[in-house]
Design a protein around this ligand. Structure first.
Ligand code: UGA
Length: 467
């Protein structure tokens, strides 16, 4: 099928190459000329597993990158809107990019088209798109509007797209829903998984991707409710981790004990610095705004955010408790991205903590396997902040190592070497990547989240001090 994807960010670019991988002909449109040029010339603008291979496979064949919308709309059966919906001042999503794109799409519609909202948007956006198309004089018989939210995670986005837990299609009319059914057919019938060149993953011929058709409003709420629920799980376990610490219990064992209950499940029960990124913070706020607008009391969403913000404080206080004062202390910050597997630093707890440490007078040397460049754009190096060329350089002469991002590399450190290069063997782990006993065995003072601090045998355990 002929498809147009508007936007070449995380969602748009991944959707465009994955639709091409499924056998469709895709035109991916962006008004950022530099990005389009980069994509055309073989560049890969985001750090994402499998993206380079799929771009190499489909560029100029299944997917073309262009900057003008008109022709692409006229030639496509479905137009996916995947532009940004940043958080506005009130907490509501700013939908001005979506509106601008819909106005442009309106000009290109001559025969029946399905306009698909793929960006994360509040309930009734579908209705608004319909109204804007109307206002621009598009005949209502010539379009359908569908909400098709995306559930991909950065870092595993390609695999999430091609092996989805579910595909949600929110349509208020059958004709439009049918177009989406046809687009996703390779995944829902399993024909894609039978191909020898298919990307392996959780779906298969026997267990293809399920597709759920709902009303448009329902689909819009499914997206916001899903992200808010995942954020809730994280905040819940973080609140429990603070309690665990207060009574010398172990949050990792608690999460394991809870997660074995199949009704709860083990995922998203990792205590740590709280969630970051471009989705959860903005979506929880936007969902709360939606509830308020509709007169629904949903204070739980406010609490999720409050607990999340608290986690950074909790970690900072641990650094203080371990090091007493910070002025002039040399700290190795391992991790800048908001989670492992990505170079994205938006709303990264790591950056927020580094800023706080710098403000307190610490000397920070930071390292991240992928996000160094992006971090430097928002947190430039200076007298107190350096970026290390490699991991152990960051730790050289450090008074403590802080783990801020859950990269697999950080969970597999050479602890003997690390101890040798550091000034004092102190690790403050905001992601619980190590077992306390391992750290004690290697002679480290080890402080983590929701577990008692551990000290090497020869060292006296300090008195508990409230900070
Ligand atoms: C999230 C959702 O997981 C996707 O389903 C959704 O499509 C996406 O937002 C979106 O709306 O676009 P993403 O932000 O890429 O995806 O990352 P996650 O893997 O969900 O992690 C979000 C944050 O939660 C990270 O900061 C991570 O470190 C944190 N987290 C995650 C925890 O602190 N604990 C956990 O147990 C899990």
């Amino acid at each position: 099928m002929k498809i147009c994807v508007v936007g070449s960010g995380y969602v748009g670019l991944v959707a465009a190459v994955c639709f091409a991988e499924m056998g469709h002909h895709v035109q991916c449109v962006d008004n950022d000329e530099a990005r389009i040029k980069l994509l055309r010339e073989g560049g890969v603008p985001i750090f994402e597993a499998h993206l380079p291979e799929l771009l190499a496979k489909h560029r100029d064949r299944g997917v073309r990158f262009i900057s003008g919308l008109g022709e692409a709309v006229a030639e496509s059966e479905a137009i996916f809107i995947a532009v940004g919906t940043p958080q506005g001042d009130s907490g509501a999503a700013d939908l001005s990019y979506v509106e601008a794109v819909v106005s442009q799409i309106a000009r290109g519609i001559r025969d029946y088209k399905v306009v698909v909202e793929k960006s994360t948007v509040p309930v009734y956006t579908n209705d608004w798109i319909r109204r804007v198309l109307h206002r621009h004089g598009v005949d209502p018989l010539n379009f359908g509007v569908v909400s098709n939210p995306e559930f991909l995670r950065e870092g595993t986005a390609i695999s999430d797209f091609l092996h989805p837990d579910r595909i949600v299609v929110g349509a208020n009319e059958e004709r439009a829903a049918d177009v989406l059914r046809r687009i996703y057919e390779p995944l829902t019938t399993g024909s894609y998984y039978a191909r020898p060149d298919a990307l392996p993953g959780s779906c298969s011929m026997q267990q293809p991707a399920p597709l759920l058709v709902t009303s448009a409003q329902t689909a819009e709420l499914i997206k916001h409710a899903s992200n808010a629920f995942l954020a809730l799980k994280i905040s819940f376990i973080n609140a429990v981790s603070n309690l665990a610490e207060a009574v010398d219990a172990d949050i990792e064992d608690i999460a394991a004990g809870m997660g074995l209950d199949t009704r709860i499940g083990p995922k998203f029960l990792h205590a740590g610095l709280g969630y970051g990124g471009s989705c959860f913070p903005k979506d929880v706020a936007a969902f709360h705004w939606v509830a308020q607008q509709r007169g629904v009391n949903f204070q739980l969403l406010r609490e999720i955010r409050r607990i999340n913000d608290t986690q950074r404080e909790v970690f900072y206080n641990k650094v203080l408790a371990a090091l007493w004062t910070l002025r002039g202390k040399r700290l190795a910050a391992l991790g800048l991205a908001y989670k492992g597997g990505t170079d994205d630093v938006r709303e990264s707890p790591a950056l927020e903590i580094i800023r706080k440490l710098l403000k307190a007078g610490a000397q920070v040397t930071a390292y991240d396997p992928a996000a160094m460049e992006r971090a430097q754009e928002v947190l430039p190096p200076g007298d107190s902040l350096r970026y290390a060329g490699y991991l152990y350089e960051a730790a050289a002469n450090a008074d403590a190592v802080l783990i801020l991002t859950d990269w697999p590399q950080f969970a597999a450190l050479d602890l003997v070497h690390l101890k040798q290069v550091m000034r004092f063997p102190i690790m403050i782990d905001g992601r619980n990547l190590y077992k306390p006993q391992t750290m004690i065995d290697h002679g480290f003072t080890y402080v983590s989240m929701g577990r008692p601090a551990s000290y090497p045998a020869q060292q006296d355990k300090p008195r508990k001090v409230a900070c």
